[in-house]
Design a protein. Structure first.
Length: 165
């Protein structure tokens, strides 16, 4: 996908059961399959989630201008993920209709970046190239972030929710 859409604002798991019966030569393939499944699970478990990589990218941008790292919070992650899911369901990007909804009291400012692209990295590069999105990333007041990523039909939807407390 060559097109990237961005906008900002401020204020499978599947379970498969395999049963092998019999003895002799059939056991070896079943053992090999079982071993391959465990190795594959281990490799998948070690792979970083796209949200974690995006946090690293955000914090690298902040470090480049001398700002402290953002801290991810489950509350903001849930909000960002829900928005990414909504956007993926509609096939386009748009902002949360009420950005403060679901965010516990005690914050003084809040912002949201939304993007769609072919990958999280492509979305992040586009956000960094946009002055409004970049301003959210390097806002010294922001100290918490939630990140949501949803991939649907080959399109990656990224939401970043920033809060200062």
């Amino acid at each position: 996908m060559s097109e990237v859409m961005i906008t900002s604002t401020l204020s499978r798991s599947a379970t498969r059961q395999h049963t092998a019966t019999g003895s002799g030569p059939r056991r070896m393939p079943a053992l090999v399959l079982l071993l391959m499944a465990f190795v594959g699970f281990g490799l998948t478990a070690c792979m970083p989630a796209p949200e974690g990589g995006n946090l690293t990218d955000l914090n690298e941008v902040r470090a480049s201008v001398g700002l402290p790292e953002l801290t991810r919070t489950p509350e903001l992650d849930a909000k960002a993920k829900a928005q990414a899911d909504r956007m993926a369901s509609r096939g386009t990007i748009f902002h949360s209709s009420n950005l403060a909804s679901g965010v516990t009291e005690g914050w003084s400012s809040i912002g949201e970046n939304v993007a769609l692209a072919g990958s999280v990295d492509d979305a992040q590069r586009a956000l960094e190239a946009s002055p409004g999105h970049y301003a959210n990333m390097v806002n010294p007041a922001f100290n918490q972030v939630g990140i949501g990523v949803t991939v649907r039909n080959g399109v990656t939807y990224v939401v970043q929710v920033f809060v200062s407390r």
